[in-house]
Design a protein around this ligand. Structure first.
Ligand code: GAR
Length: 220
């Protein structure tokens, strides 16, 4: 089985990157992490990648004259490493429409809310303040609109009365680590079909696929 090469872009601690590295450690998993790049020097995720023997680089956006040259460096690194899919895993830079259009339906993002609600930053604080009873996370295909694009997987968690931003974030993160490897596996093994704004996995809606038994990575 040839595995699809994936580049992961990070900015911080990299716990989602770790979930992807752990999934890809299984030879039956349809994707392999070929490259990790961080826009922040010293991001914790860089050491996680190196510990797994993965090429990990810092592409510091502040060292570039503009967004175009920063993104050109990312693009060049990803293509030179043979990546066919990009996973954003806590990558806190907005990618331009030009960059995104070079990777049509090939960029995944994870966001700590049940999109399309609570796009943007400070999600966990805002969702508690709004008085919601459910929170969650979403893996979606990246389009030029921020935190938008076809949804591949979502998981919901309760918001408990004594939750703080930290306790809720931890509960959501546990689910992020479940759904991100699953969604990447579906995209890497060409099991995703797009109909307008909707993504279908194996002909069923993405959420239906999530509720089904654990994904079979060996499926081709
Ligand atoms: C995760 O909660 C992820 O959903 C969020 O940043 C965190 C990164 O954690 N991403 C966004 O808010 C993107 N809009 P990690 O570095 O431990 O994976």
């Amino acid at each position: 089985m040839t595995r699809t090469k994936v580049g992961v872009l990070i900015s911080g601690r990299g716990s989602n990157l770790q979930a992807l590295l752990d999934a890809a450690a299984d030879p039956a998993y349809p994707a392999e992490i070929a490259l990790v790049m961080s826009n922040r020097p010293g991001a914790g995720g860089l050491s996680r990648a190196r510990a797994a023997g993965i090429d990990a680089r810092t592409i510091d956006h502040t060292a570039f004259e503009n967004r175009e040259s920063f993104e050109a460096a990312l693009d060049e690194g990803l293509r030179a490493a043979g990546c066919e899919i990009i996973c954003l895993a806590g990558f806190m830079r907005v990618l331009s429409a030009e960059f995104v259009s070079g990777w049509p339906n090939r960029i995944l993002n994870i966001h700590p809310s049940l999109l399309p609600a609570f796009k943007g930053l400070d999600v966990q604080r805002r969702v508690i303040e709004a008085g919601c009873t459910l929170a969650g996370c979403t893996v979606h295909i990246v389009t030029p609109e921020l935190d938008d694009g076809p949804i591949l997987a979502q998981a919901a968690v309760p918001i408990l009365p004594d939750d703080t931003e930290e306790t809720l974030s931890a509960r959501i993160l546990e689910q992020e680590h479940r759904i991100y490897p699953a969604a990447l596996a579906w995209l890497a093994s060409e099991r995703v079909r797009m109909v307008g704004r909707r993504a279908f996995v194996d002909g069923t809606s993405a959420i239906g696929a999530l509720l089904a038994p654990e994904p079979d990575y060996s499926h081709s």
